[in-house]
Design a protein around this ligand. Structure first.
Ligand SMILES: [Zn+2]
Length: 235
Protein backbone atom coordinates (compact mmCIF):
# COMPACT_ATOMS: atom_id res chain seq x y z
CA UNK A 1 0.00 0.00 0.00
CA UNK A 2 1.40 3.39 -0.94
CA UNK A 3 1.35 6.54 1.11
CA UNK A 4 -2.12 8.02 1.40
CA UNK A 5 -3.01 11.10 -0.59
CA UNK A 6 -3.41 13.27 2.45
CA UNK A 7 -3.21 16.73 0.92
CA UNK A 8 -5.24 18.47 -1.77
CA UNK A 9 -2.05 18.75 -3.83
CA UNK A 10 -1.40 15.02 -3.60
CA UNK A 11 -5.01 14.28 -4.49
CA UNK A 12 -4.72 16.54 -7.53
CA UNK A 13 -1.49 14.90 -8.61
CA UNK A 14 -3.15 11.48 -8.33
CA UNK A 15 -5.90 12.72 -10.62
CA UNK A 16 -3.48 14.17 -13.14
CA UNK A 17 -1.00 11.29 -13.02
CA UNK A 18 -2.79 8.13 -11.98
CA UNK A 19 -0.20 5.69 -10.68
CA UNK A 20 0.01 2.46 -12.58
CA UNK A 21 1.25 -0.87 -11.30
CA UNK A 22 5.06 -0.95 -11.43
CA UNK A 23 4.99 -4.58 -12.53
CA UNK A 24 2.45 -4.82 -15.33
CA UNK A 25 1.38 -1.25 -16.08
CA UNK A 26 -2.23 -1.93 -15.11
CA UNK A 27 -3.79 0.74 -13.13
CA UNK A 28 -4.28 2.70 -11.23
CA UNK A 29 -4.32 -0.16 -8.71
CA UNK A 30 -6.30 0.17 -5.50
CA UNK A 31 -3.32 -0.61 -3.33
CA UNK A 32 -0.41 1.51 -4.49
CA UNK A 33 1.89 0.60 -7.32
CA UNK A 34 1.81 -3.18 -7.05
CA UNK A 35 -1.34 -4.92 -8.16
CA UNK A 36 -2.71 -8.20 -6.72
CA UNK A 37 -1.89 -10.11 -9.92
CA UNK A 38 1.77 -9.08 -9.72
CA UNK A 39 1.86 -9.89 -6.01
CA UNK A 40 0.49 -13.31 -6.87
CA UNK A 41 3.17 -13.85 -9.53
CA UNK A 42 6.03 -13.11 -7.12
CA UNK A 43 6.72 -16.54 -5.72
CA UNK A 44 9.17 -15.79 -2.89
CA UNK A 45 10.46 -15.58 -0.32
CA UNK A 46 13.24 -18.08 -0.69
CA UNK A 47 16.84 -18.53 0.30
CA UNK A 48 19.60 -18.10 -2.26
CA UNK A 49 22.89 -19.94 -1.94
CA UNK A 50 25.58 -17.26 -2.22
CA UNK A 51 28.98 -18.60 -1.13
CA UNK A 52 30.55 -16.45 1.56
CA UNK A 53 27.50 -14.23 1.95
CA UNK A 54 25.74 -15.94 4.84
CA UNK A 55 21.97 -16.14 4.83
CA UNK A 56 20.46 -14.50 1.77
CA UNK A 57 16.72 -14.30 1.06
CA UNK A 58 14.84 -12.70 -1.81
CA UNK A 59 11.26 -11.78 -2.69
CA UNK A 60 11.40 -13.42 -6.12
CA UNK A 61 13.31 -14.08 -9.33
CA UNK A 62 14.61 -11.11 -11.31
CA UNK A 63 12.15 -11.41 -14.17
CA UNK A 64 8.67 -10.47 -15.25
CA UNK A 65 6.71 -7.99 -13.15
CA UNK A 66 9.23 -7.90 -10.31
CA UNK A 67 12.10 -7.05 -12.67
CA UNK A 68 10.02 -4.33 -14.33
CA UNK A 69 9.05 -2.88 -10.96
CA UNK A 70 12.66 -2.87 -9.70
CA UNK A 71 13.84 -1.13 -12.86
CA UNK A 72 10.97 1.36 -12.78
CA UNK A 73 11.78 2.16 -9.15
CA UNK A 74 15.54 2.32 -9.60
CA UNK A 75 16.05 3.79 -13.05
CA UNK A 76 12.78 5.39 -14.15
CA UNK A 77 11.89 7.64 -11.29
CA UNK A 78 9.05 5.58 -9.79
CA UNK A 79 9.99 6.48 -6.22
CA UNK A 80 6.37 5.92 -5.26
CA UNK A 81 7.06 2.18 -5.55
CA UNK A 82 9.31 2.25 -2.46
CA UNK A 83 6.52 1.33 -0.05
CA UNK A 84 5.22 -1.55 -2.17
CA UNK A 85 8.70 -2.94 -2.82
CA UNK A 86 9.60 -2.59 0.86
CA UNK A 87 6.52 -4.64 1.66
CA UNK A 88 7.96 -7.44 -0.47
CA UNK A 89 11.05 -7.49 1.78
CA UNK A 90 9.19 -8.35 4.98
CA UNK A 91 8.95 -12.12 4.27
CA UNK A 92 12.67 -12.34 3.30
CA UNK A 93 13.55 -10.69 6.62
CA UNK A 94 11.58 -13.42 8.37
CA UNK A 95 13.58 -16.02 6.41
CA UNK A 96 16.98 -14.74 7.60
CA UNK A 97 15.98 -14.01 11.21
CA UNK A 98 16.21 -17.32 13.05
CA UNK A 99 19.99 -17.34 12.57
CA UNK A 100 20.62 -15.57 15.86
CA UNK A 101 21.44 -17.99 18.67
CA UNK A 102 18.35 -20.06 18.05
CA UNK A 103 15.91 -17.27 18.75
CA UNK A 104 14.56 -14.32 16.81
CA UNK A 105 16.02 -10.93 17.77
CA UNK A 106 13.67 -8.37 19.29
CA UNK A 107 14.91 -5.56 17.04
CA UNK A 108 17.18 -5.13 14.04
CA UNK A 109 19.20 -2.56 12.15
CA UNK A 110 18.79 -2.35 8.40
CA UNK A 111 22.00 -1.51 6.58
CA UNK A 112 21.58 -0.43 2.95
CA UNK A 113 24.17 -1.60 0.44
CA UNK A 114 25.54 1.76 -0.69
CA UNK A 115 25.27 3.19 -4.18
CA UNK A 116 28.00 5.13 -5.93
CA UNK A 117 27.48 8.81 -5.07
CA UNK A 118 27.20 9.76 -8.76
CA UNK A 119 24.63 7.03 -9.41
CA UNK A 120 22.56 8.09 -6.40
CA UNK A 121 22.63 11.70 -7.56
CA UNK A 122 21.54 10.71 -11.06
CA UNK A 123 18.62 8.74 -9.61
CA UNK A 124 17.50 11.55 -7.33
CA UNK A 125 18.64 9.80 -4.16
CA UNK A 126 19.88 6.49 -2.82
CA UNK A 127 17.19 4.01 -3.83
CA UNK A 128 18.23 1.27 -1.38
CA UNK A 129 18.34 3.71 1.52
CA UNK A 130 14.81 4.82 0.59
CA UNK A 131 13.77 1.17 0.51
CA UNK A 132 15.16 0.67 4.03
CA UNK A 133 13.29 3.69 5.36
CA UNK A 134 10.07 2.34 3.85
CA UNK A 135 10.76 -1.09 5.35
CA UNK A 136 11.24 0.24 8.90
CA UNK A 137 7.55 0.92 9.68
CA UNK A 138 6.45 -2.34 8.06
CA UNK A 139 8.76 -4.44 10.21
CA UNK A 140 7.95 -2.41 13.30
CA UNK A 141 4.23 -2.93 12.64
CA UNK A 142 4.91 -6.66 12.27
CA UNK A 143 6.42 -6.71 15.77
CA UNK A 144 10.08 -6.34 14.86
CA UNK A 145 11.26 -2.79 15.59
CA UNK A 146 13.68 -1.82 12.84
CA UNK A 147 15.82 1.21 12.16
CA UNK A 148 18.12 2.06 9.30
CA UNK A 149 21.83 2.54 9.88
CA UNK A 150 23.91 3.81 6.97
CA UNK A 151 27.07 2.09 8.12
CA UNK A 152 28.66 1.73 4.69
CA UNK A 153 29.46 4.20 1.94
CA UNK A 154 31.10 4.03 -1.46
CA UNK A 155 33.83 6.53 -2.14
CA UNK A 156 34.53 8.36 -5.35
CA UNK A 157 36.96 5.65 -6.41
CA UNK A 158 34.12 3.19 -6.93
CA UNK A 159 33.62 2.42 -10.59
CA UNK A 160 30.34 1.44 -12.13
CA UNK A 161 30.17 -2.33 -11.69
CA UNK A 162 28.40 -2.85 -15.02
CA UNK A 163 30.60 -5.00 -17.23
CA UNK A 164 32.89 -6.13 -14.40
CA UNK A 165 33.09 -9.84 -13.58
CA UNK A 166 32.74 -11.14 -10.04
CA UNK A 167 36.40 -10.82 -9.08
CA UNK A 168 36.67 -7.33 -10.54
CA UNK A 169 33.48 -6.26 -8.75
CA UNK A 170 34.89 -7.50 -5.47
CA UNK A 171 38.18 -5.69 -6.00
CA UNK A 172 36.34 -2.55 -7.05
CA UNK A 173 34.20 -2.62 -3.93
CA UNK A 174 36.93 -3.46 -1.48
CA UNK A 175 38.89 -0.33 -2.42
CA UNK A 176 35.79 1.82 -2.41
CA UNK A 177 33.76 0.65 0.60
CA UNK A 178 34.33 2.58 3.75
CA UNK A 179 32.54 2.83 7.04
CA UNK A 180 30.12 5.73 7.25
CA UNK A 181 29.57 7.51 10.56
CA UNK A 182 32.19 5.20 12.09
CA UNK A 183 29.50 2.69 12.91
CA UNK A 184 27.92 4.85 15.59
CA UNK A 185 24.44 4.16 14.29
CA UNK A 186 24.42 0.60 15.54
CA UNK A 187 24.70 -0.37 19.16
CA UNK A 188 27.04 -3.18 20.19
CA UNK A 189 25.60 -6.58 19.39
CA UNK A 190 22.63 -5.17 17.51
CA UNK A 191 21.53 -7.61 14.82
CA UNK A 192 22.24 -6.17 11.40
CA UNK A 193 20.46 -7.12 8.17
CA UNK A 194 21.96 -6.01 4.85
CA UNK A 195 19.47 -4.73 2.27
CA UNK A 196 19.94 -4.47 -1.51
CA UNK A 197 17.85 -4.59 -4.68
CA UNK A 198 19.23 -7.45 -6.78
CA UNK A 199 21.75 -10.24 -6.10
CA UNK A 200 23.78 -11.24 -9.16
CA UNK A 201 27.24 -12.59 -8.33
CA UNK A 202 27.14 -12.02 -4.58
CA UNK A 203 30.41 -10.04 -4.73
CA UNK A 204 28.70 -6.96 -3.35
CA UNK A 205 27.20 -8.83 -0.42
CA UNK A 206 30.52 -10.48 0.42
CA UNK A 207 32.36 -7.16 0.31
CA UNK A 208 29.73 -5.47 2.48
CA UNK A 209 29.85 -8.28 5.03
CA UNK A 210 33.62 -7.91 5.29
CA UNK A 211 33.30 -4.16 5.72
CA UNK A 212 30.66 -4.61 8.43
CA UNK A 213 32.85 -7.12 10.26
CA UNK A 214 35.63 -4.56 10.22
CA UNK A 215 33.18 -2.29 12.08
CA UNK A 216 32.49 -5.01 14.62
CA UNK A 217 29.05 -5.87 13.22
CA UNK A 218 28.19 -9.42 12.29
CA UNK A 219 25.32 -9.28 9.80
CA UNK A 220 22.76 -11.99 10.43
CA UNK A 221 21.76 -12.06 6.80
CA UNK A 222 20.89 -10.16 3.65
CA UNK A 223 17.52 -9.47 2.06
CA UNK A 224 17.02 -8.44 -1.55
CA UNK A 225 14.12 -7.81 -3.84
CA UNK A 226 15.22 -10.07 -6.65
CA UNK A 227 17.44 -13.06 -7.37
CA UNK A 228 19.43 -12.77 -10.62
CA UNK A 229 21.93 -15.52 -9.74
CA UNK A 230 22.33 -18.36 -12.17
CA UNK A 231 22.01 -20.96 -9.42
CA UNK A 232 19.09 -20.66 -7.12
CA UNK A 233 17.21 -23.05 -4.96
CA UNK A 234 13.60 -22.82 -4.02
CA UNK A 235 12.63 -22.44 -0.42
ZN1 LIG B 1 0.62 -5.48 -11.78
Amino acid sequence: MGPPSCSPVAALLDLLFPRTCGGCGAGPPDSGGWCPACAESTAGPWSVAVPGAGRVAVAGRYRGPLRRAVLAYKERGRRDLAADLAGLLVPPVAVVLPAVAGRAPDRIRLVPVPSRPAAARARGGDHVLRLCRALEPRLTAAGLPARTATLLALGRRARDSVGLDGAARAANLSVALRPANRGREAGPGEPVVLVDDVVTTGATLRACRQALRALGCEPIGSVLLADATTHHRSR
